[in-house]
Structures are given as C-alpha cells and as structure tokens.
Design a protein around this ligand. Structure first.
Ligand code: SF4
Length: 435
C-alpha cells in the first residue's frame, strides 16, 4: 500500500469490546465443540469459528497500529479493503454481546442513557455509544456511514463526529431507488473513498477491493442457494441462522470468513434437504416468518422455538438479498455501481429508507416463498418507521396470504424491555391459535 503522507507515530486505539468478545467466543467455541455432538448445531459452530478468526485478524491489525474504520451495517464494507485498514460494523459490536453474553450489552446502553442519549433510540448504535463513553475502552480512527436507513442512524453517529471528534465521512443516499438514484449514490461512494484516503493518508488499491468484493459475491451466491433450500418442508436450517446471518452479512463483509460461513450453511442445508430432514430433534409444526428482525438478545430463544415449540423461524427481513453479486470481471466503475445498488437494496435499508411499498411487497413475497403459516413482527422500540407500518403489514399478510401475525413490542438488543419469558409466553399462546 502506497502512502501519500508520512504519518506521525500515534497511540494505539483501545479495543476492549473486541478483546472481550474474542475471549467470550473462544470459550463458547471450546464448550460447544467439546460438549455438543458433531452432527448438532453445525451452523452455530461454523459461525463461531468465523467470528473468532475475524476478531483475531481485526485485533492483530489494531495492535499493529493499522487504522480501524467504524461503519454501518448497511454500508458496503468491501470498499474499505481498498485501504490498509480494518472495518468494524458498529451495529454488530452492539449486538454481539447481547447475543452471546448473559449480561448482554445492557451496561453500555445504560452508559449511553445516563449520558443523555434518549432511551428510546435504537440499541443497534446505543451499545457502541456506551462503549465509547467508557474511559480508554473503545475508539476508532475514522467512521464512514450512509444517510440511511433511519433518523436513529444519523442522530446516533453524530455523537461520534460531534462529541468524540472522530473524522466522519457521510455518503448521501437518495430516496429514489432507480437508475438515477443508484448513479448518484455510486458517485457518493467514490467521493467517500477519496475523503477516506486523505484521512488515512493512503491511495486506494482497487485490486484489494476486488478481492473483498469477490468473497462477498460468493457469499451472495451461496445465500441465494440457501434461501431456495430453506423453502423446503421441513426447513433444513435452525432458527438461529437468522440472528447469526444478520451478523455474518456485515461483520464478515469482504472477508474469506463470509464466503466460508455461507458455503458451510449451504452444504448443511443441501444435505438435510436431500435426506428430507430438518435439524436434529426439531419437529417442525409451524413455519413462522419474521417480517422484520429476529430477536438478538437471546439466541437460545431460537433453540426453544425449534425444540420446544416446534415453531421454526424460516427467515426474516435480514436474510434475503434483493440484489445480485458483482461479477469478478467488473471494472472499477462497475464495482462502485454494484456496491451502490447493494447498499441501497440492503435488507432494512431497502424496506425502511424508501416508500412503504417495498416493505409490503417484500413481506408478501418472502412469506409466500418460505411457505409461512404465520408471521411474528418484532416491534423494536428504536425503530419508529417500522413500528408505524405494523398494522399495514398485518393486513397485507391477512389479505394476500390469509396468514395471521403476532406483533411483540420489545427492544431487539435489550432484554429488560420485554423479557425472554414474556416473549415465549406470547409465542406459546399464539401457537395455540394456529394448531
Ligand atoms: S432497527 Fe430501525 S432504527 Fe435501528 S438501525 Fe434499523 S432502521 Fe434504524
């Protein structure tokens, strides 16, 4: 990587959340590999291995003084591989402790709340705000984000630029998802790369970016295959693929771990469909589609749904891509065009940033594709725009497909708003109305 300016030696950035996550993931992986039979939870094991290896790479880079770039889940991280840096998805860093640790990310939400960040904002960013408020705990060299998909994103990231004074580059995402809009956003991404280059003191290397795009493109192909396989009855994948996949898509973006994880999932799903089997010990009675997010603060709830309730989460908004992979022969301009389109059509951004028609049409398409018997809408306190369409989603599913929907008010990442026990009770009662 060619440097365009001589940088003064600088202090290493504190990365405590990554070190804590790495320790937790290492212990969990050892436990899972040692205590769970080989044929059980292969997807969870593959996810933990990919997460451990990604964290080790990021931590090693940070300790060598390589720049850390904070970014948003719906932004194409592949772009950052044009530089010698380590991208970090902030939303995944908030939600990984929620999913993997008993204590969750709640102490960090509390720090953000006590600082004055409104309690009802999205916990996706609030966790990282709390981490950044702790002394010598977490910091990055720069941030690059889009103006999407929500006011929460914009208002929360300004904490880092205005209060923490982290150099922040913002790419303006247009409302219209058409050719003109995609072209405009591709130009925004090119400008962002230029600005980031001058912040980091580096020239972009588009061949490194191509390599990253290649890993993600393979993952997109595997995910398309997985989704066709998941339409089978019984569903060949555990419910927990949904929260794990939501993290894998952005935390592993541009990395070999993304390609490897989705290949493993595809292989598991293909073999089970070939044998007309679901996951071991799962007796599928009800297929539930989650029109919004799956619940992140308790991955164990997915196991409860599968094994105790016989209600399988066949998919959610995050685990289906409405875009194509970028071909390996794409020119640099074509890579930018492809990444602009992928970012604008990324799950949640596609449905939340534009007009509601996408959300309604995608919900009906996906519930039908996955042969859902019902839907469960996670009414996330932070997400004002999605909460405003719950009734419309309920009506469109009833009118178009004749299936009922349960809406549960909660915070996706904070178990104190609606506890796992209360959620389970609601699902249990709902399931009785379906059988
Ligand atoms: S869940 Fe809603 S509020 Fe949170 S990042 Fe997504 S769109 Fe924004």
């Amino acid at each position: 990587m060619q440097e365009i300016a001589t940088k003064a030696p600088r202090a290493l950035k504190p990365i405590k959340p990554l070190e804590i996550l790495h320790e937790g993931v290492t212990n969990t992986l050892e436990l899972v590999m040692g205590a769970i039979p080989d044929h059980e939870l292969p997807i969870f094991k593959s996810f933990l291995k990919a997460l451990k290896s990604s964290l080790e790479d990021i931590i090693a880079k940070a300790r060598q003084g390589i720049s850390l770039i904070g970014t948003h889940f719906a932004f194409p991280s592949e772009l950052f591989y044009a530089f010698d840096c380590a991208p970090l998805c902030f939303e995944a860093i908030s939600y990984l402790p929620s999913a993997l640790f008993t204590e969750g990310a709640e102490p960090f939400y509390d720090l953000a709340n006590s600082y004055g960040h409104p309690y009802h904002t999205c916990s996706a960013q609030k966790g990282v705000i709390g981490m950044a408020l702790k002394d010598k705990f977490f910091d990055v060299d720069a941030i690059a984000v889009p103006t999407a998909p929500c006011d929460n994103t914009m208002a929360s990231y300004s904490f880092f630029s205005e209060v923490k004074k982290v150099p922040t580059v913002v790419a303006d995402m247009p409302t219209y998802h058409d050719k003109r809009g995609y072209n405009y956003f591709a130009t925004e991404l090119k400008n962002m790369v230029k600005k980031l280059g001058s912040i980091l003191g580096q020239e972009p290397n588009f061949e490194s970016m191509r390599k990253a795009v290649g890993h993600s493109s393979k993952a997109i192909e595997y995910l398309a295959e997985i989704n066709d396989l998941r339409a089978a009855v019984p569903c060949p994948t555990e419910s927990m693929l949904n929260p794990l996949g939501s993290c894998a898509q952005n935390f592993f973006a541009g990395r070999p771990e993304k390609e490897n994880f989705y290949r493993d999932v595809r292989d598991v799903a293909k073999e089970r469909v070939r044998k007309h089997e679901g996951p071991p010990d799962v007796n599928e009675k009800i297929r539930a589609f989650f029109p919004y997010m799956s619940i992140f603060f308790d991955v164990g709830m997915c196991e409860w749904m599968d094994r105790e309730l016989g209600m399988v989460n066949v998919s959610d908004l995050f685990n289906y891509f409405f875009f194509d992979p970028i071909p390996p022969t794409a020119s640099v301009d074509e890579m930018f065009d492809g990444l602009a389109r992928q970012s604008m059509e990324y799950p949640m951004t596609r449905q939340s940033e534009g007009f509601v028609d996408y959300f309604l049409e995608d919900t009906v398409f996906l519930a039908k594709k996955f042969k859902a018997d019902c839907a469960i809408f996670s009414t996330h306190i932070g997400c004002k725009q999605s909460v405003s369409v719950v009734q419309m989603i309920r009506e469109v599913l009833r009118d178009e497909l004749g299936i009922p929907m349960l809406a549960i008010e909660l915070d996706i990442g904070d178990k104190r708003m609606t506890s796992a026990e209360v959620i389970k009770k609601k699902m249990e009662e709902f399931s009785k109305t379906l059988l």
